[in-house]
Design a protein around this ligand. Structure first.
Ligand SMILES: *[C@@H]1O[C@H](CO)[C@@H](O)[C@H](O)[C@H]1NC(C)=O
Ligand SMILES: *[C@@H]1O[C@H](CO)[C@@H](O)[C@H](O)[C@H]1NC(C)=O
Length: 397
């Protein structure tokens, strides 16, 4: 009888209360595992031990990083965790990166790897302390030079979210999502100086179904860069600047890259950025496609080069063309001011693979808000389609 009542209760509970909300969440506080909230010592191992406990607890679990300053070096939050449960990582305090570059073996500081259903949030700050090491950034000058570590990486992560967090002065990129799917990034704030090298806000590669919304990104490189192998990417409600704008690319540098399909960038404001909406591909690239791209409802404030397709990006070899086919790209409802009308809108498509289906609709870009007339526009290997009012001149015919 007792068993029957128990079973009945179990059935009632599981049907009425959704699993997840019904199960009590285990809270694992990193300070109980030896993490030091006073900014001294090294909390890396404590963080990882606490994560492992949370990851392998039977029910839903929360890894709590409470208020305080925690210094860490290369930290991996490794999955898979106990099957089909929710994990929350609540960062209330500040994570401070170790500045000894030899503490990083794999070009990242904090990595979530092979996890599903994780939410990283908490309103805290992830401070990469890049200002001490940016002078070591080799950029494109030295081939295969080691990269400075990315502050936070999602690698092979599914159905997960990252929201309400602050990123400050990463050494390399601030945030990277790769080989992942079903990711929501929202309400984040990224801050680094406009002249900091290669400090991209968010870089996305090899990822399907990702939404990046309602965030502020001020940095020294692309606010959002959408690299190879992505599909179904939504970027919306981003305030970008300073920075290099919102870019697709660079595509085609490595021989193993994959195509990009389905990117919608909408409702963003770009302020004082060097570029606005940009697609960049290398020459001598593998055969790839960049297709079904929409840049819409963008407001520009004093942007240097608002619309760019550059298939000659950073290439030393000027003989071989880019083999990336760019097709079905829509620039719609883009308005605002630019800082110089020189080279403002440049479409430089591939000699071997001319761009196809490039559309401009309702574009109102001016050197200043009171200026009239049409902007000179350079079009190479492309015949764009114009719809509605378009304030661009020379490649109309
Ligand atoms: C991402 O957002 C969509 C709604 O826009 C929601 O349906 C989905 O559950 C979210 N995923 C996560 C992991 O938060
Ligand atoms: C952009 O804003 C428009 C108008 O407010 C809204 O209808 C649309 O859903 C927004 N797009 C996205 C992707 O959020």
């Amino acid at each position: 009888m007792a068993i029957k009542v128990g079973l009945l209760l179990f059935l009632v509970c599981t049907t009425l209360i959704p699993i997840g909300r019904g199960l009590a969440e285990t809270v694992i506080d990193v300070t109980k595992f030896g993490a030091k909230p006073n900014g001294k010592g090294d909390s890396t191992m404590a963080m990882m031990r606490a994560w492992n406990k949370a990851c392998h607890s039977p029910g839903p679990a929360k890894l709590l990083i409470p208020r305080g300053k925690f210094k860490t070096g290369e930290t991996v939050f490794q999955g898979p965790c106990t099957a089909s449960k929710r994990m929350t990582v609540e960062i209330q305090g500040t994570l401070i990166a170790d500045n000894d570059l030899s503490a990083y073996t794999s070009f990242y500081w904090i990595m979530f790897e092979h996890v599903d259903n994780v939410v990283v949030t908490g309103g805290g700050t992830i401070n990469g302390r890049g200002e001490a090491v940016w002078k070591f950034d080799a950029g494109e000058k030295i081939q295969n030079a080691p990269l400075l570590p990315v502050s936070l990486v999602f690698q092979s992560v599914r159905n997960s979210a990252l929201h309400h967090l602050n990123f400050v002065n990463s050494k390399g990129f601030h945030l990277k999502v790769t080989d992942s799917s079903g990711i929501n990034v929202s309400n984040i704030r990224i801050t680094a100086p406009g002249n900091s090298p290669n400090t991209d806000g968010l870089h996305i590669s090899e990822t399907t179904n990702i939404k990046v919304t309602n965030s502020v990104i001020q940095t020294g490189d692309d606010c959002v860069s959408i690299g190879d192998g992505n599909s179904n990417v939504i970027v919306s409600g981003i305030n970008c600047g300073p920075g290099h704008g919102i870019s697709i690319g660079s595509i085609g540098k490595r021989s193993d890259e994959k195509s990009v399909k389905g990117v919608r960038v909408s409702n963003c404001t770009l302020t004082g950025t060097t570029n606005g909406a940009r697609i960049k591909t290398y020459r001598a690239s593998p055969k790839l496609q960049v297709s079904n791209i929409i840049f819409e409802n963008l407001i520009l404030k004093n942007v240097k080069r608002p619309i760019i397709i550059d298939q000659d990006y950073n290439s030393k070899n000027k003989i071989q063309p880019s083999n990336v086919k760019i097709r079905d790209v829509h620039f719609k409802n883009i308005r605002g001011t630019i800082s110089s009308s020189k080279n403002a809108v440049m479409l430089t498509c591939s000699e071997s693979n001319p761009c196809e289906g490039i559309e401009f609709a309702n574009i109102n870009i001016r050197p200043s808000s009171s200026a009239r007339g049409l902007l000179p526009t350079s079009c190479v290997n492309v015949k764009p389609i114009f719809k509605g009012k378009v304030s661009l001149a020379s490649c109309r015919r």
